[in-house]
Design a protein around this ligand. Structure first.
Ligand code: NIG
Ligand code: FE
Length: 403
C-alpha cells in the first residue's frame, strides 16, 4: 500500500502496480464496462499484482498500489494472442516473394526451400532466429504465441524444432505433416507412416497440439485423419491448416475431430461455414497469408454472421506470410475481410485465446494473467484507423514490463 511511486522502464517490479489514466480499456469481459463483448471501460485503471490482474475498474476508484504508471490518456487492451505461427526455420524466400509479386502463383512447394535450409542449420541458429522474431512480435504487443515444427520433416529435425520452441512457449504444435519431403516423393503413405510412428514418438513429449496441412499438393483427408487421430491417441489436440488454397475437406475434418481450430478458412462452402458455426472449432483467419500470396481474402463477415468464433493471427513464416505484426493483420481484417475494429481486436486477443483453449489470457479481468498493452492512441480502433503506425507503447507480460 502507501503512496504510489512511478514505475517506468522495463523489468519485474516487486509489489503491485496500478496503471491509471487509461482513456479506454478493452477487457473482453462483457460483465465489465459498457456491457459490449469488448467490455470497454472509459477512464479506467488496472492493478497488476504477482503476475495477475488484481483489479479492474474506473480510474477514480482504483485502490492504492505500491507503484503507479500514468497511461496519460492512452488506450489499453489485452496482449495479443498469436495462435498461429511457424517460427522455427532458417533461410528466407525473398526470391519467391519477388516472383509472386510479378505474377507467379503461391504453391505449397515453396516449403521445400525452407526445409532444406532448416535441416542444414544448427540448433543455435534456429533458436536465435526464433528469439529475434519473438522479440519483434512482443514489441508489437504479442504476449502469447503458438509456434510449430514443419520445416524439418525427419524425426530428428522435427524433434529438435519442437524442443527449441518449447523453451519459449507452452503452445507448441507438431506439424510433421506439412508437406511430403522430397525423399518420400514417390511414397506419400510411407511418409504418413513415419509421421504417425517414429516421428510422433520423438515429438509428442514436446508438443501440446498436432496439425496437418490438408490441401491439394500436401495431405488429403484420409492422410490428414490418420495423422490427427494418431496424435490424439498420444494426447495431442488437433488443429488443422484447412481450406487455404482450395475448398477442400480440411474444415469439415477439423470439426469432425473436435479440433481446437481450423486455420486459414479462405475457401469455404456453405457446409463448411455451417460446420464451424455449430461446433467448438474456432475459425482462425490469417490475412498476412493472403496479403503475401495475393490470394482472395477470407470472408470473416460470413463466418461471424453465421455465429462462428473467429480468431485472427499472423501465420508468421518465411514463405506465405512473413509478418509478426498482429496490428497489421487487424488492419487488413477490417479493411478487406468485413470485420469491424471491435471484432478484429476481440479476435486477435480473446479469439486467439479460444483457439488455444485458454481462459487465463486474452482478457483483462481479475485473476487473468497480466498481459497488457498500452497504445499511443486514445482508442483500440486506431489499430485499424492508423495502419502501419507503431502504436504499441508499453507491454506487460505476466506482470513484467517487457517494453
Ligand atoms: O500456413 N499452409 C501451409 N503452411 C504455411 C506456409 C508455409 C510456407 O510457405 O513456408 C502457411 O501458410
Ligand atoms: Fe500456417
Amino acid at each position: 500500500g502507501g503512496t504510489a511511486a512511478a514505475a517506468e522502464g522495463t523489468g519485474a517490479t516487486a509489489g503491485s502496480t496500478a496503471v491509471t489514466g487509461i482513456a479506454a480499456l478493452v477487457t473482453n469481459d462483457p460483465a465489465l464496462g459498457d456491457g459490449s463483448r469488448l467490455g470497454l471501460i472509459r477512464d479506467a485503471a488496472v492493478v497488476i499484482d504477482g503476475g495477475r490482474i488484481a483489479w479492474v475498474g474506473e480510474s477514480a476508484a482504483a485502490p492504492a498500489a505500491d507503484h503507479r504508471v500514468d497511461a496519460q490518456g492512452r488506450a489499453a487492451l489485452p496482449g495479443f494472442v498469436d495462435s498461429h505461427s511457424h517460427l522455427v526455420f532458417a533461410g528466407d524466400r525473398t526470391e519467391e516473394f519477388n516472383a509472386r509479386m510479378s505474377g507467379r502463383p503461391y504453391t505449397a512447394g515453396g516449403i521445400r526451400t525452407t526445409v532444406a535450409a532448416t535441416r542444414a542449420a544448427g540448433d543455435g541458429a534456429l533458436e536465435a532466429t526464433l528469439v529475434r522474431h519473438l522479440r519483434e512480435a512482443l514489441r508489437q504487443g504479442t504476449t502469447t504465441f503458438e509456434t510449430k515444427s514443419g520445416y524439418g520433416l525427419t524425426a530428428h529435425d522435427e524433434e529438435r524444432a519442437l524442443r527449441i520452441a518449447a523453451r519459449h512457449t507452452e503452445e507448441v504444435t507438431f506439424l510433421g505433416a506439412h508437406i511430403v519431403p522430397p525423399e518420400y516423393a514417390g511414397d506419400p503413405d510411407g511418409y504418413v507412416s513415419l509421421v504417425t510412428g517414429e516421428m510422433l514418438d520423438a515429438c509428442a513429449p514436446h508438443a501440446r497440439w498436432i496439425d496437418v496441412f490438408c490441401e491439394r499438393g500436401a495431405f488429403d483427408a484420409d492422410q490428414a485423419r490418420a495423422v490427427l487421430t494418431a496424435g490424439r491417441a498420444r494426447g495431442l489436440v488437433p488443429r488443422v491448416h484447412a481450406n487455404q488454397l482450395t475448398a477442400g475437406p480440411g474444415v469439415r475434418l477439423a470439426v469432425e475431430l473436435g479440433a481446437a481450430s481450423a486455420d486459414h478458412c479462405t475457401h469455404l462452402s456453405e457446409e463448411d461455414v455451417a460446420a464451424l458455426a455449430s461446433g467448438d472449432t474456432v475459425a482462425t483467419l490469417l490475412p498476412g497469408a493472403e496479403f503475401s500470396t495475393r490470394g482472395a481474402w477470407p470472408n470473416a463477415r460470413r463466418l461471424l454472421d453465421a455465429g462462428a468464433t473467429v480468431a485472427l493471427s499472423t501465420d508468421c513464416n518465411p514463405g506465405s506470410s512473413f509478418t509478426s505484426s498482429v496490428p497489421f493483420c487487424i488492419a487488413l481484417a477490417v479493411r478487406d475481410m468485413g470485420m469491424t475494429p471491435d471484432e478484429a481486436v476481440w479476435s486477435a486477443t480473446a479469439g486467439g485465446a479460444a483457439a488455444l483453449r485458454r481462459t487465463d489470457i486474452g482478457r483483462i479481468t481479475p485473476g487473468a494473467r497480466a498481459d497488457l498493452v498500452l497504445l499511443d492512441a486514445p482508442s483500440h480502433v486506431h489499430l485499424a484507423y492508423r495502419p502501419g503506425v507503431p502504436l504499441v507503447s508499453a507491454v506487460w507480460q505476466a506482470g513484467t514490463r517487457m517494453y
